[in-house]
Design a binder for this molecule. Sequence first.
Ligand code: UDP
Length: 328
Amino acid sequence: MKRILITGAAGFLGSHLCDRFIKEGFDVIGMDNLITGDLKNIEHLFKLSNFEYYHHDVTKFVSVAGKLDYILHFASPASPIDYLKIPIQTLKVGALGTHNLLGLAKVKKARILIASTSEIYGDPLVHPQTEEYYGNVNTIGPRGVYDEAKRFQESITMAYHRFHGLETRIVRIFNTYGPRMRLNDGRVIPAFMGQALRGEDLTVFGDGSQTRSFCYVDDEIEGIYRLLMSDYVYPVNIGNPHEITIKDFAEEIIKLTGTDQKIIYKDLPQDDPMQRQPDISKAKEILGWEPKIGREEGMKKTFEYFKTLSKAELEKTEHRDFTERIKK
Ligand code: UDP
């Protein structure tokens, strides 16, 4: 039986990865410190004999008894509102946390896959973004704590590969959505869906001409699984190349949810990337992967999930106002 450690297990992607590896017959250890994760995402796994949960902060020394075949490092705050609230932890989990997990992988002779991000491209000057593009990141801006931690994470991972011969994989994840996204993380999809469900206007930041490309979680997980099982050590973009402006996206959500609310415009947050679209040629060629679930189908499934949340959970939503907070 193969044994895998998944950090950030109680988070959005981490919990879906736990499900996937359980389904594949692995022994799964889920690790989280619950700063941004939620045990309700994995509580259905607690009754299984091949699932263990460790409450731990990976920025501290990480110890796991017994063998480990694989490590997936998915622990990190991952939304702009989180970077503002917990900037130091964001830097530490990407830097110190990654260092600890690479050390653990070395001792256990485990293969390790690191969750990197399209954020390493910053506000990109190359479109769509290929893995060869080096990025355009503001080191000292509000998003810098995440972007630079992830860039460091890629560097230290390659150093462990080159210097110690460690088996490493790096996935660059583009905007991903689906059930278990945190309603109050400030990201555009939970924000719009929460607003529609509460009967509030949809807040588009800037003039809404900035673009994103949204990948449904099942497709993302399949890409990550294939990359882990592949022999490819360099970064691979995994995302859905179907690009849309945020304004058009807001209109899609209004149609999908049937809300009679309108769009209102707010200031664009600092360093908000103007365009983002993955070039997935590499994933297609090396992993035989491409996304299968279109936005209409994926958004419907996601809205079904948000509809199951209680009124109390919906009301808890905190609204972010980047510009005001950053100005302070
Ligand atoms: N956005 C928006 N309204 C919101 C939340 C976000 O218009 O209520 C915009 C945000 O400015 C960005 C895009 O939606 O241009 C995606 O934001 P998100 O935080 O989801 O992800 P990221 O910027 O990291 O891609």
